[in-house]
Design a protein around this ligand. Structure first.
Ligand SMILES: NC(=O)C1=CN([C@@H]2O[C@H](COP(=O)(O)OP(=O)(O)OC[C@H]3O[C@@H](n4cnc5c(N)ncnc54)[C@H](OP(=O)(O)O)[C@@H]3O)[C@@H](O)[C@H]2O)C=CC1
Ligand SMILES: CC1=C(/C=C/C(C)=C/C=C/C(C)=C/C=O)C(C)(C)CCC1
Length: 334
């Protein structure tokens, strides 16, 4: 009995030490790649969708630190202004009492609801009037496993926001990206694409709705979109790449129901095993800024390295068909 208790205590102590050391090591390894030049993004304009929270917020913070003019495309102005204020304060604190004048970038908040094609069009119209250039577009915003809902235009919400909203956004900004070339498009997908399929006969999930399948389908659509766009952009000096960030502690899981009593345990587990937003944002930052990926297009990345895709994510005929149907759905082609 005494031996069993001692063993249990030792195991608990060992586990706790391991968790703490993992966090300690993790915090030292938050930045996977050195951004060498602190003014790497000076003079560059970057648009990040969903930049008020999680990965988008961390990506905005880093690119701002590297000197970019960062446009935060967010659906809720109040939440976005609050995040922008915090980011500006963090930057000022990091700069200390004698900030390097002209070194850090600039943050601009703009309203963009990807669940509304009207909002996407209004956002782009304003951006095209105000911005002479766009060097990087980061399609980051996303919604995960929500209950069945439709966008303003009647699309299943996850497919509508994660794929179709970004599809129209990219289409409307492509001219500016081309005239700003060399320029980059970065698409945030997920490893969960593996469990999705593009079921063309029910893209709005009216016959049946499975929230996990629909999330995976939208993330597979992100990859097929990237590969088809890369093909169409050959020779333009505009590149497009897609990534998965790993499992990251963000607000994405807001629609997952966890019983009240289990939440502390879940928080502990996520604290120990999930990446921090800054760790999770490394591949987005890398693809947006690193000279290493200059000219690289149509590839899939994780942890700042290229990874292989399943055949279903490389199927050119599915990618073309999805492209054609998406054009009709967002009203580019009647
Ligand atoms: N966290 C993870 O483990 C993983 C995340 N990802 C992907 O990373 C991306 C970022 O997610 P993450 O940072 O984790 O999650 P968060 O929920 O923290 O951030 C998502 C962002 O998307 C915004 N958003 C949601 N719906 C809309 C909309 N209709 N219009 C405009 N913006 C919208 C949210 O705005 P608001 O704050 O107003 O809700 C928020 O800013 C997503 O594409 C997600 O699929 C992929 C794999 C794993
Ligand atoms: C961290 C965390 C949660 C979980 C989030 C999860 C599990 C998100 C997983 C997202 C993945 C794997 C997306 C892949 O594309 C909860 C439930 C909101 C509770 C509060 C803390």
């Amino acid at each position: 009995m005494a031996v069993a208790t001692a063993a249990a205590l030792l195991a608990a102590l060992g586990g706790a030490l391991w968790l703490v050391s993992r966090r300690f090591v993790g915090s030292r390894a938050q930045r996977l790649h050195g951004h060498g030049d602190p003014a790497l993004m000076h003079g560059k304009t970057v648009l990040i969708t969903g930049a008020n929270s999680g990965l988008g917020r961390a990506t905005a913070a880093e690119l701002l630190r590297l000197g970019a003019r960062v446009i935060m495309g967010c659906r809720d102005r109040a939440r976005a202004e609050e995040a922008a204020g915090q980011l500006r304060r963090e930057l000022a604190q990091a700069a200390g009492p004698a900030p390097d004048a002209g070194g850090a970038g600039e943050l601009i908040v703009k309203e963009l609801d990807l669940a509304s094609l009207r909002s996407v069009r209004a956002f782009c119209q304003e951006l095209l009037q105000e911005e002479p250039r766009l060097d990087v577009l980061i399609n980051n915003a996303g919604i995960f496993q929500c209950p069945y809902m439709k966008t303003e235009d009647g699309f299943e919400m996850q497919f509508g926001v994660n794929h179709l909203g970004h599809f129209l956004l990219t289409h409307l900004l492509l001219g500016l990206l081309k005239s700003s070339a060399p320029s980059r498009i970065v698409v945030v997908s997920s490893k969960l694409y593996k469990y999705g399929d593009i079921n063309f006969e029910d893209l709005n999930s009216e016959q049946s709705y499975n929230k996990s399948f629909c999330y995976s389908r939208s993330k597979l659509a992100n990859i097929l979109f990237t590969r088809e766009l890369a093909r169409r952009l050959e020779g333009t000096n505009v590149t497009v790449n897609v990534l998965h960030p790993g499992i990251v502690r963000t607000n994405l899981g807001r629609h997952i129901h966890i019983p009240l009593l289990a939440r502390p345990l879940f928080s502990l587990v996520s604290w120990a095993f999930f990446k921090s937003p800054l760790e999770g944002a490394q591949t987005s930052i890398y693809l947006a800024s690193s000279p290493e990926v200059e000219g690289v297009s149509g590839r899939y990345f994780g942890d700042c390295k290229e990874e292989e895709l399943l055949p279903k994510a490389m199927d050119e005929s599915v990618a073309r068909k999805l492209w054609d149907i998406s054009e009709v759905m967002v009203g580019i082609l009647k």
